[in-house]
Design a protein around this ligand. Structure first.
Ligand code: HNI
Length: 142
């Protein structure tokens, strides 16, 4: 999915909120995803997935840090996400549908934590950005 210059600008400026909120927004996004789409939990058999779990918070931070790196490399997502694409396709084998579920959890968390800044235009650009990241992370499946 191609991101326009306007999409990139929207994502960059909204992301300033996220950089100051790495642990908590990642935790909330995962918590929403696991609660709303319980089938996503099958990839974390050894994790404590209960609300408030340290493992969920740590996993959430890892995801947000990786996304922050992607925001800094929006012109070359393939390169920036190459190692993570290998990991998710060949080692973790996450079914691609789960990326839609996580994207949904992220968007809802963003809108509820930053309602003023999460305008319809930012929503649209952020959805395109997260969809682009998901496309790269699932591009090595076949
Ligand atoms: Ni994902 C590990 C980033 C979507 C299941 N994932 C990671 C790590 C990062 C990461 C970073 C840590 C890698 C490392 O330690 O080297 N994951 C991302 C990003 C997205 C994503 C940026 C999409 C936006 N991952 C998903 C989805 C699932 C998923 C949709 C399944 C529902 N990820 C995992 C699992 C691990 C993982 C499982 C390994 C966890 C562990 O520590 O055992």
């Amino acid at each position: 999915m191609a991101l326009s210059a306007e999409d990139k600008a929207n994502v960059r400026s909204f992301w300033e909120n996220i950089r100051g909120d790495i642990d908590e927004i990642g935790r909330e996004a995962l918590e929403r995803t696991f609660l709303t789409f319980p089938s996503t939990k099958i990839y974390f058999p050894d994790f404590d997935l209960s609300p408030g779990s340290d493992q969920v918070r740590d996993q959430g931070s890892k995801v947000i840090i990786a996304l922050s790196d992607a925001v800094d490399n929006m012109d070359d997502l393939e390169d920036a996400l190459d190692a993570l694409a290998e990991l998710h396709a060949f080692r973790l084998r996450v079914d691609p549908i789960n990326f839609r579920f996580l994207t949904h959890g992220m968007l809802v968390s963003m809108s509820s934590r930053y309602p003023e800044d999460f305008t319809p235009a930012v929503h649209s650009s952020m959805d395109k950005f997260l969809t682009s990241v998901s496309e790269v992370l699932t591009s090595k499946y076949r």
